[in-house]
Ligand binder design. Structure first.
Ligand code: NDP
Length: 322
């Protein structure tokens, strides 16, 4: 099969297309013929070595497609069934072997591309707004990178929860998109000190929670945006990892709550995975949650997709098609 395989970590150029044997499902696994592959920022961390993965490996943490073959003991999947998954690495390929209990059936109302676009980022936005910091009506929250894949979904879900939503983005075009997806206020954090602006927009009060996926460059400013007892949700490192800090800092900034959550812990059991995926898929089918899916890249163009994502030039969801 055709796949992107890394033999060393580094910049986007290490993403090269090669032919490797199609994997064979073992007991409890299924072979999926992928028709759409989700690109996620975590794929860049695997590629660069920020999150170490044993080499060589096929990157990619999300895909949708058709069950081609099942391993011994797999009872609740049928060949030909449409499914999506967020496991990995291993998704930047024509086929992937996935543990059967990590596969989510795709409802008829969703296309494969919608499934591959919504699963990882949708469940992330859902657990962040409903579980990590369960937003209450009337809260004000700050969402960084509001026009990104997760950012657009987080904004819509924060509004569903009844929040006033402030987002940050890097360009005027992204600001417009963020507003169209429900942001009440948008800050161009490349031009303005966002913490000062948040204080101004909240009459000096600060926000109840910050959802910070940018990491290093926004960390300190984000703490400065919070009300006393506010919650700092640090869930990504698009600008680099947050450096170590002393616990006394979050005391001095207002006895803040600090958490560094990861999707895997919020979908540990099969029932949690199916529940979160079901919620997200139902919202999409009902038209309550809108996806912005960019024209897909060919599998061979994975390196270009990473360049585009890391250059801050993209909005919404990026996909590869094998
Ligand atoms: P995005 O589409 O949001 O792309 C990243 C965005 O980050 C850019 O578009 C850019 O928006 C912003 N950004 C700010 N500074 C930088 C920088 N120095 N370099 C690059 N980008 C920068 O990606 P995803 O939606 O895939 O992921 C968003 C974040 O969420 C990532 O940090 C990812 O790791 C995290 N994540 C965490 C999960 C978890 O469970 N913990 C699960 C899923 C995602 P702008 O131009 O507006 O600044």
């Amino acid at each position: 099969m055709r796949a992107i395989q890394l033999t060393k970590t580094g910049g986007p150029d290490v993403l090269t297309l090669i032919d490797i044997p199609t994997p064979v499902p073992k007991a409890g696994e299924a072979l999926i013929r992928l028709t759409a592959i989700g690109i996620n920022y975590i794929d860049t961390y695997h590629r660069s070595g920020l999150y170490p993965v044993p080499l060589p490996f096929v990157p990619g943490s999300e895909g949708a497609g058709i069950v081609e073959q099942v391993g011994e003991g797999v009872m609740d999947l049928t060949v030909g069934q449409r499914v999506a998954h967020t496991t990995g690495p291993g998704a930047y390929a024509e086929y992937a072997v996935v543990p059967a209990d990590k596969l989510v059936p795709l409802p008829d109302e969703l296309t494969d591309q919608q499934g591959a676009a919504a699963l990882l980022q949708g469940m992330t936005a859902q657990y962040l707004t409903y579980t990590t910091y369960p937003i209450r009506p009337g809260d004000t929250v700050l969402i960084h990178a509001g026009a990104g894949g997760v950012g657009l979904l987080l904004t819509q879900m924060a509004r569903m929860r009844g929040a006033r939503v402030i987002t940050t983005v890097s360009t005027e075009e992204k600001a417009q998109l963020s507003r169209q997806n429900g942001a009440d206020e948008v800050i161009l954090y490349t031009q303005t000190d966002f913490a000062d602006e948040v204080k101004r927009l909240t009459g000096g009060q600060g926000v109840h929670a910050v959802y910070d996926s940018v990491g290093q460059s926004t960390f300190e400013g984000s703490l400065n945006c919070l009300k006393p007892l506010g919650t700092m949700v640090s869930f990504g490192n698009a600008s680099g990892a947050v450096p170590p800090f002393a616990p006394a800092i979050i005391s001095a900034k207002g006895s803040l709550m600090f958490t560094r959550p990861t999707l895997g812990h919020y979908t540990l059991t099969r029932s949690a995975l199916l529940e979160r995926a079901g919620i997200v898929f139902n919202w999409i089918a009902a038209g309550k949650l809108k996806l912005l899916i960019q024209p897909p890249y060919a599998l061979a163009d994975a390196a270009q997709a990473h360049r585009d994502l890391e250059s801050r030039g993209t909005t919404g969801k990026l996909l590869l098609v094998p």
